[in-house]
Design a protein around this ligand. Structure first.
Ligand SMILES: NC(=O)c1ccc[n+]([C@@H]2O[C@H](COP(=O)([O-])OP(=O)(O)OC[C@H]3O[C@@H](n4cnc5c(N)ncnc54)[C@H](O)[C@@H]3O)[C@@H](O)[C@H]2O)c1
Ligand SMILES: O=C(O)C[C@H](O)C(=O)O
Length: 320
């Protein structure tokens, strides 16, 4: 029997991430190729015409899984009945800015949209905040939507996680799908700590630690870390626009693994509320290694056996 459609909200859907993301969702990249979807797209009135254009293109693409499209500038209409909310709406930083520099503009959006989601989304709606500063916006949403369970509010650090996998795969000249279990600790900002101390590569001789294969601690402790931390800025410098296709693809990865589960023996990085694990103050939205089963994430414990620089775990460092 055909599955019931899942309603997926994308805010900022007329923007560049939205334009990359909605066809991925409509093709089943996010929720599976047997899962029908109804897309809810929200943007602001100045972008209404562009949003309507995106809707027209979705119709023209004749996606078999796409069972309906709501395109609106009304937050209540957009949020009504949604099972998944991908919060992309907001302003990107420009070259030379840090992500915290868009905070004053973007945080107020998350205050305002929290109550629309809280009051109108489906029960147990899963929320992914993408807009920057992502951890802070997610924290604001959590504070202003207290009836949404905190475990349902997350932010995107999967892009950083995927960037780390990509750097290791390039360095070792191996398939990226053979590299796993990197960790992004902290914040989606240049203060994050990309950690390869538990990462492995699947080789003909079995799973081998990344450190053993790379044989270059200076690179792993230096250039690798700064490349991942600064990748967003490097993309902006090159494109004059911030990352979009990789952000959209990583958002699909984040939701897919959360809903459908992580593969056995694999963890991923998600910005989730801290339960005090690893001495991260409880209640903060912080990126940890997690596994997912039955639609719930669980923080992987015991990955702190190898020391990482404590500065990355200081509350000041991961707040912005
Ligand atoms: N967490 C991550 O890994 C990650 C990666 C890439 C980009 N980002 C962030 O995602 C956000 C979007 O990036 P983009 O490149 O798509 O930007 P964009 O400017 O192309 O699109 C943003 C869209 O949001 C809309 N918008 C503004 N205010 C809104 C509101 N109140 N409600 C609904 N929509 C609203 C705009 O009209 C625009 O269409 C930025 O904050 C960017 O920094 C995060
Ligand atoms: O760097 C940015 O401002 C956009 C995004 O957060 C990214 O990491 O690509």
């Amino acid at each position: 029997m055909a599955k019931e459609p899942v309603r997926v909200l994308v805010t900022g859907a007329a923007g560049q991430i939205g334009y990359a993301l909605v066809p991925m969702i409509a093709r089943g990249v996010m929720l599976g190729t047997d899962q029908p979807v109804i897309l809810h797209m929200l943007d602001i009135p100045p972008a209404a015409e562009a949003l309507n254009g995106v809707k027209m293109e979705l119709v023209d693409a004749a996606f078999p899984l796409l069972k309906g499209v709501v395109a609106t500038t009304d937050a209540v209409e957009a949020c009504t009945g949604v099972n998944i909310a991908v919060m992309v709406g907001g302003f990107p930083r420009k070259e030379g800015m840090e992500r915290k520099d868009v905070m004053s503009k973007n945080v107020s959006i998350y205050k305002a949209q929290a109550s629309a989601l809280e009051q109108h989304a489906a029960p147990n709606c899963k929320v992914l905040v993408v807009a920057n500063p992502a951890n802070t916006n997610a924290l604001i949403l959590k504070e202003f939507a207290p009836s949404i369970p905190a475990k349902n509010i997350t932010c995107l650090t999967r892009l950083d996680h995927n960037r780390a996998l990509g750097q290791i795969s390039e360095k070792l000249n191996v398939q990226v799908s053979d590299v796993k279990n990197v960790i992004i600790w902290g914040n989606h900002s240049s203060s994050q700590y990309p950690d390869v101390n538990h990462a492995t590569v699947n080789t003909a001789a079995g799973e081998k630690p990344v450190r053993e294969l790379v044989k270059d601690d200076a690179w792993l402790n230096g250039e690798f870390i700064t490349t991942v931390q600064q990748r967003g800025a490097a993309i902006i410098k090159a494109r004059k626009l911030s990352s979009a296709l990789s952000a959209a693809s990583s958002a699909c990865d984040h939701i897919r693994d959360w809903v459908l589960g992580t593969p056995e023996g694999t963890w991923v990085s998600m910005g989730v509320y801290s339960d005090g694990s690893y001495n991260v103050p409880a209640g903060l939205i912080y990126s940890f290694p997690v596994t997912c089963r039955n639609g719930e994430w669980t923080i992987v414990q015991g990955t702190d056996a190898i020391l990482y620089p404590m500065s990355f775990l200081s509350p000041i460092a991961f707040c912005f």
